[in-house]
Design a protein around this ligand. Structure first.
Ligand SMILES: Cc1ncc(COP(=O)(O)O)c(C=O)c1O
Length: 400
């Protein structure tokens, strides 16, 4: 009865362990759920600027609107990405969607024929892998090197390219590693895409959550000769995950953009339009950088929490990790030689059952060695410190 395409589709962020955690909660237990990057769940309030717009314009948002989104909102998105250095984009190149999740659905539906291959980072946020598999395509993973701060390995990308490869996905800043890719790495990927005539998909949803003023390069700003699709949205930067607000922007050679634009209109018209209320908020939100900056500057809640999380992880025996440069995720590695856990899943399962803390095993992100987990640095500083201390206690108990 069920589509065979679903066989390989899974989302461990809300997978088996998550359902176990919900069951524990139904039985009256308290579980600290560190599985989703959902700021509002941890008390981050949306900016007043967005609240004002959406509460004041309910009546304006009830009709269906343009398939691609409201013109003035697309104009604001175009401005935002032009300021990031992307050349030659017009409002026509912008499609507003119900989150990056829907943008991913639209683009993969528009591009993927049966058997097409999409290169994806390992580790990778599962949305992209699932979308490709649902569309009948194949997710092919390229390695990112933990010893090089999780940067993509160019040789690995090269080696994975076949005559079926359609696109290279870049997630920058990355989920789950929190890495920000250097301009040099992006240049190399861009050159490879140009040489092999591949499309670049660049998910940049965390571009506003980069710490310590580290420079951020938007992939599409590198040139104008590779068809590039840039993805972004307000979920994380403005703590509005539940309101579903995202978009995609096409850039590159005009003839290729034209072909993809037309395919995207076909796909986007199936779902009529995206949430109109949130479209009204986009111009205001993109001007309200003070809100996001206030979370990531040295006194900001996100900054302080990431610092505390990393400081506590550093003290924890049995764990090694690369400090996150952006976002609110850290992707630590457990020493499976010295500690009696069979795998990342075994560790995460024991952490949930014995310490009532839910994390996501690294294999849920297609990491290739089953010894990592992702932790979300969104709870208040003390809760985070206590959570890592509990992990330390668990590790001590299972020391061989
Ligand atoms: C890298 C990445 N892309 C896309 C998404 C989906 O975001 P949205 O809420 O815009 O659908 C997430 C959410 O966690 C993410 O981490």
């Amino acid at each position: 009865m069920i589509s065979t395409k679903l066989k390989e589709v899974h989302s461990d962020i809300r997978g088996e362990l998550y359902h176990m955690a919900l069951e524990m909660e139904r039985n009256g237990e308290r579980v600290l759920k560190l599985n989703t990057g959902n700021p509002a769940k941890f008390g981050f309030k949306m900016p007043e600027s967005i609240k004002g717009i959406i509460t004041g314009n309910l009546d304006m948002s009830t009709p269906y609107c343009d398939i691609k989104g409201m013109t003035h909102s697309r104009e604001a998105i175009k401005e935002y990405h032009s300021l990031k250095g992307i050349e030659g984009i017009t409002t026509d190149d912008v499609f507003i969607t119900n989150g990056v999740s829907e943008a991913s659905h639209l683009i993969i539906s528009a591009l993927c024929s049966e058997g097409d291959e999409f290169l994806m980072p390992s580790p990778c946020y599962s949305l992209w892998v699932n979308m490709v598999r649902l569309a009948g395509g194949k997710a092919v993973f390229y390695d990112c090197d933990e010893k090089q701060e999780w940067m993509p390995e160019i040789e690995s990308i090269k080696n994975k390219i076949t005559n079926k490869t359609k696109a290279i996905l870049i997630i920058n800043p990355n989920n789950p590693t929190g890495t920000v890719y250097g301009n040099d790495v992006l240049q190399k990927i861009y050159a490879l895409a140009k040489e092999k005539n591949l499309i670049i998909l660049s998910d940049e949803i965390y571009d506003r959550l980069v710490y310590n003023n580290l420079p951020f390069t938007s992939t599409a700003s590198i040139g104008n000769d590779v068809l590039t699709v840039t993805f972004n949205g307000l979920s994380k930067s403005h703590s509005v995950c539940g309101l579903r607000s995202g978009w995609l922007v096409l850039s590159g050679p005009e003839d290729k953009k034209k072909e993809l634009r037309s395919a995207l209109v076909t796909v986007a018209s199936i779902r009529l339009c995206s949430n109109a209320l949130m479209q009204l908020a986009i111009p205001v939100a993109l001007k309200d950088s003070a809100y996001t900056d206030g979370m990531i500057n040295e006194n900001g809640r996100l900054y302080i929490q990431q610092k505390a999380l990393c400081a506590e992880l550093e003290k924890t025996e049995g764990i090694t990790f690369v400090r996150n440069k952006a976002s609110f995720y850290v992707f630590p590695k457990i020493d499976l030689v010295k500690y009696d856990f069979e795998s990342d899943r075994d560790f995460s399962n024991k952490l949930l059952c014995e310490k009532k803390i839910l994390v996501v095993p690294g294999s849920g992100f297609y990491a290739n060695d089953n010894s990592h987990f992702r932790i979300v640095g969104l709870p208040e500083e003390n809760d985070l410190r206590n959570a890592v201390k509990s992990m330390g206690e668990l590790l001590l108990k299972y020391r061989k």
